[in-house]
Design a protein around this ligand. Sequence first.
Ligand code: FES
Length: 169
Amino acid sequence: MTHDPKEKPEGDTDDAEAGEGALITRRRFARAVLGTATAGYSVAIAYPVTRYLLSGAEIADEGTQVSEVSIGKADDLNPRSGKNFAFGSRPALIVRDAGGNFAAFLATCTHLGCTVALDPKAFIIRCPCHGGTYDPMTGKNIGGPPPKPLEPLHAVIETDKLVVRKRKA
Ligand code: FES
């Protein structure tokens, strides 16, 4: 029996090649999945960190692109209540206290940028992400991780309409 040199050695069959090919494909697939997951986690971590580093004035001006927003009739907001609204592309919050006074803020938490809202029962502004709290009428950070107050806006009543404006620097 002669041996054909083109013949593959035992164990080096097409099946073995297919198996190796499949292994490489699985490795590539696993690397692709791992790479995608790593990229996703990187973005998820980098975004809030970047927002934190840019917190303050830069975030306050980022994307607002409006200087004034009308948010309806003043009487539509009950005492000891709050309302979230859009100030340009930024979330904002207006609060009315028991005495009828209004206060407004950009509703971006100064910790990592989550949107805050009024807890009307406790009459306190809360951040849902890490439990940060703010005074509802001054925006001062009073609990949890936020490092500084909310960015204030100016709330005024003009012919029974509630208007919120950017504060002048
Ligand atoms: Fe608001 Fe962390 S983002 S407390």
